[in-house]
Design a protein around this ligand. Structure first.
Ligand SMILES: *Cc1c(COP(=O)(O)O)cnc(C)c1O
Length: 391
């Protein structure tokens, strides 16, 4: 973070800075020289706004190898998850009321399913294996004749673990079950080919991929039986699936961010893997350190470690200039140990000592070395002052 040199931001899984070219494209659109007209207006200025939105939709569709018409703009992945899960289950409610998801999903997914449980839907909550991966046989065993919707995320936001959405999707497709994927952590980071993937609904968000906060999208496959009921009602925009004035500058920002992500995805991935590997090789020999997840099957921008005999809250304080996450950023207001790490079988104490380091485009090797040194020093210091470890 250029303006705050004493802080080192390593929380790119929570949010990313807006790319300067994205910010430029957005601000150019908003001011009086730009295309600020309401895209729902039928006059020439409104049509200009429509043109900008269409171009952004093409950019995002290009990143994912799909067509622009398949994308619905939302306020972010939280809304996309709600629309896919509540809207999908409601659309299919007369065919069956059984739904399947995982305990390690983001709150936007788990809380949507909890709401459906209150509406008398029947949800099966699957646990992952100890490495965070969903076992395919266990998944298949959970499916029933009345299963209508499955939601399994692509990349886990706490551990970086990647689920096999291709295999899971193929099983769903065979049985004509709606398959939703929360891809907030993978869009623009891992190669996603929606033309080839058996995915019906996919949630995404701009601010995890160097775009602005407050804009996301839901992909809806062009297949019979794939549809969602709307959650919002209003002006009829976006085929009535998600009405409201389209935020053109946010959309243009998402489009520009998608374009940049597409052009440098391979390079980004290689750099992140080098940073992650350097970090892990710098800390892996610490006594009692444990990697949460599966380093061989994860997005390299995220590394989550727990450590034995260290109290989570003290560790967080001792790490101070490092901006890192304990558990999930969305959870940190509560002092509860991460439910994701608990589902991986970690004890409360180990889950509480967990730190998620997440790296991004601005992260350098020097940053990683600083973080390694800082983490090691913090652990040493806490062990020296801990009772039972007196010199
Ligand atoms: C960040 C995130 C969300 C929420 O996205 P918003 O755009 O902030 O609402 C949902 N799911 C996952 C996996 C995330 O990482």
């Amino acid at each position: 973070m250029a303006e705050q040199q004493d802080l080192l931001y390593l929380d790119y899984a929570a949010s990313t800075p807006v790319d300067a070219r994205v910010a430029q494209a957005m601000s150019a659109l908003m001011t009086s020289a730009g295309s600020y007209a309401n895209p729902s207006s039928t006059h020439a200025a409104g049509r200009q706004s429509v043109g900008h939105i269409a171009r952004a939709a093409d950019q995002l569709a290009g990143l994912l190898n799909t067509r622009a018409e398949r994308l619905i703009w939302t306020s972010g992945a939280t809304e996309s998850d709600n629309l896919a899960i509540l809207g999908g289950a409601h659309y299919r409610r007369d065919r069956g009321r059984h739904l399947v998801s995982m305990r390690t999903e983001h709150k936007a997914v788990t809380d949507s399913f909890s709401e459906l449980e209150r509406q008398a839907f029947d949800v099966t909550w699957l646990d992952p294996e100890a490495n965070g991966v969903l076992d395919i046989a266990r998944f298949e065993a959970a499916l029933r004749d009345d299963t209508q919707l499955v939601s399994i995320m692509h990349v886990n936001n706490e551990t970086g673990v990647i689920q096999d959405i291709e295999k899971i999707g193929a099983i769903c497709r065979e049985r004509e079950i709606l398959f939703h994927v929360d891809a907030a952590q993978s869009v623009g980071k891992l190669l996603i080919d929606l033309d080839a993937l058996p995915v019906d609904l996919m949630s995404m968000t701009a601010h995890k991929v160097y775009g602005p906060k407050g804009i996301g999208a839901l992909y809806i496959a062009d297949r019979p039986g794939v549809h969602v009921d709307p959650l919002l009602f209003g002006g009829g925009q976006q085929h009535r699936l998600r009405p409201g004035t389209l935020p053109s500058q946010q959309i243009v920002g998402f489009g520009a961010a998608a374009d940049i992500a597409r052009s440098r995805m391979h390079e980004d991935l290689e750099r992140l893997a080098a940073l992650r590997d350097r970090f892990w090789s710098g800390v892996h020999d610490l006594p009692g350190i444990l990697l949460n997840g599966d380093i061989d099957n994860s997005f390299p921008g995220i590394l989550n470690v727990s450590i034995e005999d260290i109290e989570g809250e003290s560790l967080l304080l001792a790490l101070e200039p490092l901006c890192v996450a304990t558990g999930s950023a969305c959870n940190s207001a509560s002092q509860e140990p991460s439910y994701v790490l608990r589902a991986l079988g970690r004890s409360d104490a180990l889950a509480q000592s967990a730190v998620r380091f997440s790296f991004g485009r601005p992260t350098s090797l020097m940053d990683v070395d600083f973080a390694v040194e800082h983490y090691r020093n913090a652990v040493d210091k806490l062990r020296r002052i801990a009772p039972g470890h007196a010199a």
